[in-house]
Design a protein around this ligand. Structure first.
Ligand code: M6R
Length: 612
């Protein structure tokens, strides 16, 4: 949710911190701040984006070779100058940045107030830094010990970095439930929520585990111990992150770049995993668990948002191909129910960021009931891949636009490969059909490329509907999750109310909404329930709704009825989501741009939802 960054070394910290904050801004962008230590502990923070912070700091003293920075997505306290991070301790000798939520902050705050502490913000974070200082002073312990003791008292999630006026060569950081990476340079160290701010300085990184505290002291090796006071040996990994992937590469927005990357990102998801000629599907990360997956009577898929929509496609795929009973659950609901999960169960957790708090908690619950957890994640080294028994990376590359696009198609690609592999093992698919599907899947990247040609047509269409107040998205079978995903894309970036519905359910209620003002996007490709969907289109037409139809190239029947037609190439029914999603992504993108919305950083949202 929030982005945190820290630097200690021989270089000036300010430019490194600012660049880092820009790279992390996708995580939260309602306020930003930095603290720099140069004799004095200087703290600058403001409501708004990183660029506002830059303006605010302009002309002020930015000296210092040690510092911390933060970009916020508000949880406790509205986004304003005061609630922005960093937060000072009472004496102003310490400052903290924090990503996460301290759930028991209210009771700790009450106690501290009784003891004379004054609070200037509404945040849970300020409570934590006061508590740390209180422990440090009263128990007369070192800063890292005070942090450790304090973290034993708090309930919740955190990634924190603390800077101290009295210790100009030290940063203390810790994590639980929120990510934190340490970059190890030649004579300096970097700290960040993810590797993006670190990649241009060093390839050597240590991903902290939950409940680990790291002391980063200039000129010394980093020291890690747990909140339970157990020393840990840092595990140094090599980063594989291409810096150009973090730039817009000539596109106006990351979202547009990421939509256009899909021919290659889907190919990357399949690379080394699919050989259609030889009939090979090989997902190295799950090889040891394939048999268990094939034996499973049931698979439960947990996810949130767009990843949940991919999970729905996965349900249809596993049922069709592998004849496995599948349940798809919102992770946020699953975690607070009493789900019936046992040791034979396979739970697949899908997440782009690999950090979604609800999905992580759902994984822990399923694990505690003995299930085998398989992850499908995009961000390498993130928390979910480390919490699962096995898994597969989607390899879609960094997704920076808050609205998920290429991650969705990569997730669907992996689910297709998994379902095909399990089907082959179980013998639920005929060999000729298996080869047919592998060939069709292999041709998808080129077909996605072809689909992207509808861009101009969609831009024109977007002009017609820029000021629509509502949208309805309809689809059946494999196209139902596509309808849900199309509606989610539109609402999150253009703020137009949009609903996705199974087309046939429309007559059970939403049909009442249809009049000449209502654009209805129908995914009406030529397989499965095509004829039925045509009847649903008739129902909308009879009520004067405006039909925008996504059809298969060469379609004749829907063309006669629809007001606007967008064609996608012919493919197997189960692969249509990989194509039909593309025009819907473009439609929401162009409408949002025309409405002058901030496409990459839509209001109230953040890329990685590390709070529940
Ligand atoms: O990182 P995850 O895939 O776990 O994220 C899940 C959702 O928060 C995410 O898909 C969200 O719905 C996106 N903004 C959708 O575009």
């Amino acid at each position: 949710m929030c982005g945190i960054v820290g630097y200690i070394g021989s270089k000036q910290a300010y430019p490194i911190l600012m660049k880092g904050l820009y790279r992390l801004e996708y995580r939260g962008y309602d306020s930003a701040g930095i603290a720099l230590l140069d004799g004095d502990l200087k703290l600058y923070k403001t409501k708004g984006k990183v660029t506002d912070l830059e303006g605010f700091v302009s002309g002020k003293s930015i000296e210092g070779t040690i510092g911390i920075g933060h970009t916020r997505w508000a949880t406790h306290g509205e986004p304003n100058n005061v609630n922005a991070h960093p937060h000072f301790s009472q004496s102003q000798n310490l400052a903290i940045i924090h990503n996460g939520i301290i759930e028991n902050y209210a009771s700790i705050k009450e106690e501290l107030i009784k003891r004379g502490y004054k609070f200037s913000s509404d945040t849970d974070t300020e409570v934590l830094i006061h508590l740390i200082e209180d422990i440090k002073n009263n128990e007369n312990v070192s800063l890292d010990e005070a942090v450790r003791i304090a973290l034993n008292q708090v309930v919740g999630a955190y990634a924190i970095v603390i800077i101290s006026k009295d210790e100009p060569n030290l940063l203390i950081a810790a994590r639980k439930g929120s990510p934190l990476v340490v970059g190890i340079g030649d004579d300096d160290y970097y700290l960040a929520s993810d590797a993006a701010p670190i990649a241009e300085y060093t390839q050597d990184v240590v991903y902290l585990n939950d409940e680990e505290i790291v002391s980063v002291r200039r000129g010394e090796e980093i020291k890690i111990r747990t909140v339970k006071n157990k020393n840990k040996t840092p595990y140094i990994q090599k980063l594989e992150l291409n810096l150009t992937e973090l730039e817009k590469g000539g596109f106006d927005h990351f979202m547009l770049k990421e939509i256009n990357e899909q021919p290659s990102s889907i190919l990357d998801s399949m690379r080394g995993r699919l050989n259609a000629k030889k009939g090979i599907v090989k997902l190295g990360g799950i090889i040891d668990y394939e048999q268990k997956m094939a034996n499973a009577k049931r698979i439960t898929i947990i996810a949130c948002g767009t990843s949940w929509h991919a999970a729905l496609v996965g349900e249809y795929l596993f049922e069709d191909l592998a004849r496995t009973h599948v349940e798809v659950e919102y992770a946020s609901e699953f975690r607070y129910r009493n789900p019936i999960i046992n040791e034979d169960d396979i739970v697949i957790a899908i997440s782009q960021s690999g950090e979604t708090a609800d999905t992580l908690a759902a994984i822990e619950l399923a694990k505690s009931k003995g299930a085998t957890i398989i992850g499908i994640c995009n961000v390498v080294g993130s928390s979910i891949p480390r919490a699962t028994h096995a898994g597969t990376y989607t390899h879609a590359g960094p997704e920076i636009g808050v609205a998920s696009t290429k991650a969705f198609t990569a997730q669907v690609t992996i689910l297709t490969l998994m379902a095909l592999r399990i089907a082959k093992m179980k013998g639920t698919i005929e060999t000729s059909r298996y080869f047919q599907l592998l060939n069709a899947l292999e041709s998808i990247p080129n077909k996605v490329k072809e689909t992207l040609d509808v861009d101009d047509q969609i831009r024109t269409l977007a002009r017609t509907f820029t000021y629509a107040r509502n949208f309805l998205y309809l689809g059946r079978g494999y196209n139902f999750p596509v309808a849900l995903e199309g509606a989610l894309k539109l609402k999150e970036i253009s703020y137009i109310h949009a609903e996705g519905y199974p087309a046939a359910e429309m007559k059970h209620g939403p049909i009442a909404l249809i009049d000449s003002e209502m654009p209805v996007v129908v995914i009406a490709t030529n397989k499965g329930t095509y004829e039925k969907v045509i009847s649903n289109i008739q129902e909308v037409k009879a009520r004067k709704g405006k039909i925008i139809a996504i059809v298969t190239k060469g379609d004749k029947d829907v063309k006669k009825l629809a007001d606007y037609i967008i064609e996608v190439p012919e493919t197997e029914e189960m692969l249509v989501p990989l194509l039909a999603t593309i025009p819907l992504q473009l439609l929401s993108y162009h409408i949002a741009v025309m409405r002058d919305c901030n496409v990459d950083q839509p209001r109230n949202l953040a890329k990685s939802v590390t709070v529940e």
